[in-house]
Design a protein around this ligand. Structure first.
Ligand code: AMP
Ligand code: FE
Ligand code: FE
Ligand code: ZN
Length: 284
């Protein structure tokens, strides 16, 4: 066996990944995956193409998104799964997040220009070629212009928090993100909790309706994974996992680094079905 695994955390060109949904699905199929999601930052635009590509390869597809949210000053990423990608309120909110992201690109490039780095903002938008641009696109433009050797240098010198071209970004609160996903018929999962110390606020997030934790993630050590598996059990949360592959962003693509077992996908699907039933009972 072995060929029944899932990757539920994947980025494409609809945000800061380098694969198209079609390329990503073809590669995942080649690697033997049977279930995929797409979790671009603050956009669900890639869902239809990903669904089509999955259907063509006979793979199971779960609509997904990665929302940039915050809780008590801490940036927290919330993964949404199983929602209706055409839900009007969800789409309206995505437009709002994307407008903020685009404005932030202008501000970051203005900061760079003030430092006598003549980077045209048009070049960043051309490279990004999507509605949900982010810092990696500014970083790629800096590398292309020969200002930085690689993406890491661009983040270290300019783009990381509190570096000269860093601009804070307006974010939704985690409870708002959770409510939005629920209203759209989906579930809300805390992304890669090992990358920020969200443990103290976990009980609050559970009270706000959090459905799951991403226990399996490329950057989680086995110890970290174990800790979150235990917390998921304690709080009755579903367990998800994914590579967080951004394509050829840096080095080799991460696709294949996480293979989520089918039992977790099944429990996630049950949770989604329960949320859907709740949604239709409320008549929304
Ligand atoms: P943003 O959404 O604009 O705040 O940018 C955050 C994204 O930048 C993350 O999702 C990562 O994909 C990417 N990122 C963060 N640090 C680095 C780094 N050192 N090199 C390349 N990409 C990075
Ligand atoms: Fe990213
Ligand atoms: Fe993330
Ligand atoms: Zn991600």
């Amino acid at each position: 066996m072995g060929f029944v695994f899932a990757d539920l955390h994947l980025h494409t060109r609809f945000s800061d990944g380098t694969y198209t949904p079609e390329e990503l699905v073809a590669e995942a199929h080649r690697q033997g995956f049977v279930t995929l999601s797409i979790t671009d930052h603050d956009t669900v635009e890639g869902c239809p193409a990903m669904a089509r590509a999955c259907a063509e390869h006979g793979l199971q597809f779960i609509p997904g998104v990665e929302l940039t949210a915050e809780y008590e000053g801490l940036e927290v990423h919330i993964l949404g799964y199983g929602f209706d990608p055409g839900h009007p309120e969800l789409l309206e909110q995505m437009d709002r997040f994307q407008a903020v992201r685009q404005q932030r690109i202008h501000e970051m490039v203005a900061r760079l220009n003030e430092m006598n780095i003549p980077l045209p903002v048009e070049r960043v938008f051309a490279l990004a070629n999507c509605r949900s641009p982010g810092r990696p696109h500014v970083a790629r433009a800096l590398v292309e212009a020969g200002v930085c050797r690689d993406l890491d240098e661009a983040f270290e010198r300019f783009l990381k928090k509190h570096r000269p071209a860093w601009v804070p970004k307006w974010k939704v609160s985690v409870p708002e993100a959770i409510r939005l996903l629920h209203r759209a018929g989906g579930v809300a999962v805390l992304a890669h909790p090992g990358l920020y110390y969200a443990d103290p606020v976990l009980p609050d997030l559970v009270r706000a309706g959090l459905d799951g934790i991403e226990c399996f993630h490329t950057k989680h050590t086995p110890t970290v994974t174990e800790r979150y598996l235990a917390l998921a059990g304690r709080y009755g949360l579903v367990v998800t996992g994914g590579s967080d592959c951004h394509g050829y962003n840096k080095g080799q693509p991460l696709l294949g680094s996480i293979r989520l077992a089918p039992e977790f996908v099944e429990r996630l699907q049950h949770r989604i079905a329960a949320r859907r039933a709740e949604c239709s009972m409320k008549g929304s």
